[in-house]
Design a protein around this ligand. Structure first.
Ligand code: FEO
Length: 183
């Protein structure tokens, strides 16, 4: 008896999402390293923590596929894009990546709805909510940077922004503590 509870189509799409979350993690890691090299320790710390969150998202999907007795395939991760030129463009790019990921999440929601795979549809609702939070976070940071002068922000304004992010709460937990309920 075949125990696999995922259709071939959904299985492929979920595996693509695993790579997408891993790619998002690499992007945050790359931007964090860039920010650290520019002397922005608070921004770097924020981005490093977010890299870990994206990895946790990847783990959550992997765990779900295995739970449904589906086929999980770990593939190569595309290289992250070029470094941003400024802190402002760094967060604009972060927002663009998040919107792109949201589109991919919506595609999975639509596919699971059309297949009437309610388990996967329900599972994906967590990601829908998470994307709203992540987009909102990026928008709020871009708004703050705009107030600080955007591309023309002074060194002092960027210093304050960096210090604020240093104090931002740490949502991320270590990978070994990740479960489906606590990603
Ligand atoms: Fe896992 Fe930022 O999406």
């Amino acid at each position: 008896m075949d125990k696999n509870r995922l259709s071939k189509t959904l299985s492929v799409a979920l595996n693509i999402q695993i790579t997408k979350e891993a790619h998002a993690s690499q992007i945050y890691l790359s931007y964090a390293s860039w920010a650290a090299s520019q002397g922005f320790g608070g921004i770097a710390n924020f981005l490093f923590r977010h890299a870990q969150e994206e990895r946790n998202h990847m783990m959550k999907i992997l765990e779900y596929i295995l739970k449904r007795c589906g086929d999980a395939h770990i593939t190569a991760i595309p290289a992250p894009p070029e470094n941003p030129a400024t802190i402002h463009s760094c967060f604009e790019k972060v927002f663009e990546h998040e919107v792109d990921n949201t589109k991919s999440v919506y595609k999975l929601v639509k596919m699971s709805f059309e297949e009437e795979d309610w388990a996967t549809w329900n599972f994906m609702q967590w990601f829908v909510k998470e994307q709203v939070e992540e987009e909102t976070l990026a928008i709020n940071l871009i708004d703050k940077l705009k107030m600080a002068g955007g591309e023309k922000a002074s060194s002092y304004a960027l210093y304050s922004f960096d210090r604020d992010l240093e104090k931002a709460s740490d949502k991320s937990i270590s990978a070994q503590d990740v479960t489906t309920e606590n990603p």
